[in-house]
Design a protein around this ligand. Structure first.
Ligand code: FAD
Length: 471
């Protein structure tokens, strides 16, 4: 055996530990299979056991025992990440935090929760408590945990108003347990949050999250159709810029993807229509409709408030047509589809989107834009759908994007650096040296830890030696 699992169990008599291989394998996987490349690379990955702590005290016990025995620990919320973030590349312990799901405190503007709390369930407490809700959530709102969102996500529904998770003020503070002989519990606030936020659990286990809340509204779902893609994108951007309109979601999906893949909404959507997905607060609806009326060619084929309950039955909320749910629906309709994550930097977003889409043609790359507020400016982020042919062609498509001025956040890589800014995050690396000196937390995800001199410009894909050694 790779690790002394019997010794681990002996040290943790009170902790729930699962070793049924089918269950361990299931809890060792996430949505990595969105990427044909990650599917090939990671399909065989599995942990040795799943430990399911009920409290921070149990997290400390588990980390202490794992440290002593040299067993890797990979934290897991609910495993909805798309890049294999929660997959234990070196085996060992999958630390399933789903049982630590209490909402501990709700005050004006702030909720404090345990990491395993499901985002939608948090709102189910903050709404009746004081008419508040989480400012932003991934489209996996119904299933994702708050700890997994902070450690592995970036933003989503709500980012049109509040920006992303990394923007100041959205995450208030984090409690983190370190992986040392005697684990410490640290509270990080202000800029210190960046030590562990979006670090994939490579340098600490988050045991408590304090997150900012916004006012809760009844959000109305709408789909706005356009015959012209450029007109749809210009409308979406202009809508986002209306500071007085309370919006929660603005996205554009190019035809014929909405008709072909939003199957439950299909009857509303002509095949040749590009669709703008909108969520607007009830009290802002009239103003939003008036604003929309100024745009030539805008049609509203779907309005939640105008339909009878029996016509709405079975329809998902429109945010489950957006973000990576667009990708999911497209993938289900056609398994040859994969996707990219692209930033179209302000203020040239439209020119870039147009140039890139003209470059590839609508058969190979189909546009999906998510509008967000970055540093006070409305711009768009892309999750274009790509018809997959070969890994080489996929790499080439990404290279062309970057050469043309649109940075790629590569969703076909399991490392932090390659999926992010393609450079060492000195703050996260320094914190890992302090908080995980043996390098046991989620091994293989931080290149800088394994190879401080790695050349990100080499054009090569990083291959974690621990993963290669298993085959
Ligand atoms: P997991 O996948 O379990 O974990 C994510 C990462 O965090 C892993 O590296 C894990 O090791 C680490 N981690 C988990 N818990 C802890 C902890 N307590 N301490 C330290 N590290 C921890 N993401 C977005 O940001 N926006 C979106 O709109 C979005 N849409 C999506 C749509 C679909 C259909 C899918 C499949 C995914 C989408 N995602 C999106 C990705 C993912 O769903 C979210 O980021 C989600 O918040 C992750 O939460 P989780 O509980 O599933 O985390």
């Amino acid at each position: 055996a790779r690790y002394d699992i019997d010794g681990l169990k002996a040290r943790l008599p009170g902790v729930r530990i699962e070793d049924n291989p089918a269950l361990v394998r299931q809890k060792s996987r996430d949505f990595f299979w969105y990427s044909p490349r990650l599917k090939r690379e990671l399909d065989g990955v599995t942990g040795d056991v799943v430990a399911v702590p009920a409290s921070e005290a149990e997290v400390i016990e588990i980390l202490k025992a794992a440290y002593a025995l040299g067993i890797p620990v990979t934290p897991r919320g609910t495993g909805t990440g798309n890049y294999g973030q929660a997959m234990p590349l070196s085996g060992g312990i999958v630390l399933d935090l789903s049982r630590m799901n209490a909402v501990k405190e709700i005050t004006p503007g702030k909720v404090v929760a345990e990491p395993g709390a499901i985002l939608a369930k948090i709102d189910r407490q903050t709404r009746p408590h004081s008419g508040q809700e989480i400012r932003m959530h991934p489209s996996t709102y119904a299933t994702a945990s708050i700890g997994g969102f902070v450690a592995g996500g970036s933003g989503g529904v709500g980012s049109i108003r509040w920006g992303g998770l990394r923007d100041a003020g959205n995450v208030i503070s984090l409690k983190v347990v370190t992986m040392e002989e005697s684990p410490r519990v640290l509270t990080l606030a202000g800029d210190d949050i960046h030590k562990v936020s979006h670090a994939y659990g490579t340098n600490g286990i988050i045991t408590e999250v304090a997150m900012a809340l916004g006012p809760a509204y009844d959000w109305i779902d709408l789909l706005v159709g356009f015959a012209d893609f450029g007109a749809a994108a210009a409308y979406a951007n202009a809508l986002g810029e209306q500071d007085g309109l309370l919006l929660k979601e603005v996205a554009v999906v190019a035809a014929p993807v909405p008709h072909d893949t939003f199957l439950r909404h299909q009857r509303f959507l002509p095949r040749d229509r590009h669709v703008v997905i909108v969520m607007v607060a009830t009290h802002a609806l009239d103003a939003m409709l008036a604003f929309t009326g100024r745009f030539r060619g805008a049609e509203i084929p779907f309005r939640q408030d105008a339909l009878a309950p029996e016509d709405l039955r079975g329809l998902p909320p429109v945010y489950e047509l957006a973000w990576n749910h667009t990708t999911l629906r497209a993938l289900r309709a056609d398994p040859a589809i994969t996707y990219l994550q692209v930033l179209y930097p302000f203020p040239d977003q439209f020119a870039l989107v147009e140039r890139l889409h003209a470059r590839f043609g609508a058969d190979e790359v189909k546009a999906h834009l998510e509008f967000v507020r970055f540093d006070g400016k409305i711009t768009c982020f892309g999750l274009p759908l790509v018809r997959f042919t070969t890994e080489d062609r996929l790499e080439e498509i990404m290279r062309i994007h970057e050469d043309m001025g649109a940075p790629i956040f590569n969703p076909h890589r399991y490392t932090l650096e390659e999926g992010g800014m393609k450079q060492t995050d000195a703050v996260q690396l320094a914190f890992k040296r302090e908080a995980d000196p043996r390098g046991l937390l989620n091994p293989g995800k931080m290149i800088a830890w394994d190879d401080p001199d790695y050349d990100y410009a080499s054009g090569k894909t990083y291959l974690f030696p621990g993963l290669a050694a298993r085959d």
